[in-house]
Write a protein that binds this ligand. Sequence first.
Ligand code: KG4
Ligand code: ZN
Length: 322
Amino acid sequence: MITLGIETSCDETAISVVRDGNVLSSEVSSSVELHAQYGGVVPEIASRYHTEYIYSVFKKSMDDAAVKPEEVDLVAVTDQPGLPGSLLVGKAFARAISYASGKPLVGVDHLHCHILSCFIKNGKFMLAQDMFPFLGMVISGGHTSIYICRSLSEFEVVGRTRDDAIGEAYDKVAKVLGLGYPGGPVVERLASEYDRKDPIPFPRALVNEDDSLDFSLSGIKTAVMYHWRAASHAEQEKRRVCFSFQQAIADIIDEKMKRAIKRTGLKRIAAGGGVINNAALRQRLQERADKEGAELFMPEKEYCADNAAMVAVMAEKQFGRT
Ligand code: KG4
Ligand code: ZN
């Protein structure tokens, strides 16, 4: 079975071809540089970019996979959540391919796909039926949530952010420090360059107060802003802020994962999304999993951020044979 995956929920135009769980191609073209000057994604620019590039990304993906359009058995597209204009471009393109080829079209949830991206190992989708139920965490620029994943069609939200997403907090902190967009990679780099001395005690909301699995990130962002206004603006202070911020984020994620395991008794966890690119956070998650005797799955680097392989494997597994 050959599945075409299409993902345009934000600023990446992504198309992938998957055959029986094997990723034959995964093409991603990002408009991130066009948004950098605005300090965040501009929806109108993202949709125009998708419209301009989606056909060439499709062509490249099909060529890389050495698959012809008539060989595709199933067309899969992200249908929620995302920027409405961006989603529309992917869905219209998917519908056109489906109509022209006479092959079925299915829509999938972007966040569920981020969780399933954890199970693509060396180009093969490795999620077996008996691995359910497990815990899913999505930590991205737009979302921060914890799920109980019972089956490919049952994802129960047990925790979510009440305000900003973690990736968004990284981006906002980077903006305050004048580090450009997207903020995650540069904040991670500066944090790793700090000598760990005298960290700033930024707030860890919803960590001490109750046993909630929810997140709240707006307070830490504001605390960074006030700290920076009064600070020396020296390069070393920038590194100290990045380190202290990242340490607070790591503590928050660590605590939420510990609680989720305790509350549900589930000892298998899949944590995906763009923020999982971060080596320090990956290490903290792994340490927590080891302490709890839990099995942790995280995506390989190329599947952390938005991609279409996760869309195709999800649809192929969920909808099976055509
Ligand atoms: O999953 P993603 O590509 O898009 C959404 O669906 O939101 O995630 C993008 C987010 C951005 O906020 C970006 O700053 C963050 O992931 N990010 C990182 C790192 N690399 C990307 N955050 C922390 N550390 C990183 N190394
Ligand atoms: Zn995403």
